[in-house]
Design a protein around this ligand. Structure first.
Ligand SMILES: Cc1ncc(COP(=O)(O)O)c(C=O)c1O
Length: 366
């Protein structure tokens, strides 16, 4: 079947380039490739297989289903689940040799009841207030150590890692340093009490880019792997995905004619309108109505009127363009960061919005 609407071109060489760059910035240490949400919309199976082929030994996802899909696709390296797996699904963890994040003694105890060894990474909440053993203040360290001690005594729970997650490593140096200090103090205490905790990891993408001289075993990187470090940096990351959508219809309209639902755009003069095969059901956010453009052969084609579920109209007046032509929604020639600003969101959301089966992905590499 030919591609009749839109396609995402995923450049696997750029993915590996970013991966190698992150490893270099992380002092040669390994990277947990964060491939949750279908590798931020890039296709978890293909991206993970290519990363594995190029030496990546660690993968992270949020959901058990994502982890099983990776195993079934041929990923035979470590797969960590960030989210909560229902203890009733413990058999899947064992059967697929997956690693589960554990955030409390109670949860660990429930997993322990399954009766077979489950490998876990502990998560410590040093400020996110999301998941993890609560440790926002130095005074809470004894509780944390006691909780971990209890977990470490569960016969079917094997602690193979420990981590925490930065709140604002892209914007708040002080808080980031405080989280790091809490985390380091904890590691020191665990060491002195001879509680083994396995691999240590703390940084995300912005942590790797901004903090030098951290000496943990690994870092967990998502967004920079795909080409978009969330902080300004001299290091050049390369965008991995470009999205192209087809012109499916063209029309001339006259002054006074409106475009799309709600008449939010009314033509002042005669103009040429192209209908593009992408809409909010494809992840192209409706908030970009009258507030974005598509790239075509040096032209910026402004979006006019409201974005529809599967179509968007652009102004192509004076541009030589035909039905079947492809415009760039974002990628190498149209940058994602300013588009995310216009959509009042972050690159993460624009990318993960594209994790949809209705978007064909084409993978390229040398
Ligand atoms: C626990 C955890 N670690 C690492 C990451 C990767 O973060 P980033 O994409 O900013 O590198 C995420 C993603 O949000 C996460 O939830």
């Amino acid at each position: 079947m030919v591609i009749d609407r839109l396609r995402a071109v995923v450049n696997l060489d750029n993915l590996i380039y970013n991966y190698e760059l992150l490893k270099k910035l992380n002092q040669g240490k390994e990277i947990f490739a964060v491939v949750k949400a279908d590798a931020y919309g890039h296709g978890a199976k293909m991206c993970s297989l290519y990363l594995q082929k190029h030496g990546c030994n660690y993968f992270a996802v949020t959901v058990l289903k994502e982890a099983i899909e990776l195993r079934d696709s041929g990923i035979n390296k470590e797969i960590l689940i960030f989210g909560k797996t229902d203890p009733l699904n413990s058999s899947y963890l064992v059967e697929h040799d997956l690693c589960q994040t554990v955030f409390s003694y109670d949860y660990a105890e429930e997993l322990n009841r399954y009766g077979k060894k489950i490998r876990v990474h502990l998560i410590i909440d040093t400020g996110m207030s999301r998941l993890g053993i609560l440790y926002h203040k130095e005074a809470q360290i004894d509780n944390v150590v006691n909780e971990i001690k209890k977990i470490s005594k569960l016969p079917n729970i094997e602690i193979v890692g420990i981590y925490s997650h930065f709140v604002s490593s892209d914007s708040d140096k002080e808080l980031t340093a405080y989280q790091q200090k809490l985390f380091n103090e904890l590691l020191k205490r665990l060491k002195s009490e001879k509680i083994s905790y396995g691999l240590v990891h703390l940084q995300n993408s912005s942590g790797v880019v901004t903090i030098k001289n951290i000496d943990y075993d690994l870092a967990r990187c998502g967004i920079a792997l795909y080409g978009y470090p969330p902080v300004k940096t001299e290091d050049k990351f390369l965008p991995v995905m470009s999205v192209f959508a087809k012109v499916i219809s063209l029309r001339q309209i006259e002054a006074g004619d409106s475009v799309s639902y709600g008449r939010t755009f009314v033509a002042k003069d005669e103009m040429t309108i192209a209908t593009i095969a992408i809409g909010y059901a494809d992840g192209y956010m409706r908030i970009l109505s009258n507030n974005d453009y598509f790239y075509y052969k040096g032209y910026e084609l402004p979006v006019v009127g409201r974005i529809c579920m599967g179509m968007t109209m652009v102004n192509v007046t004076g541009v030589e363009i035909k039905e079947g032509a492809e415009v760039e929604v974002f990628g190498e020639r149209k940058l994602l960061e300013p588009m995310a600003k216009r959509a009042l969101t972050i690159t993460y959301e624009l990318l993960t919005n594209l994790a949809k089966p209705r978007i064909d992905k084409i993978y390229i590499n040398k």
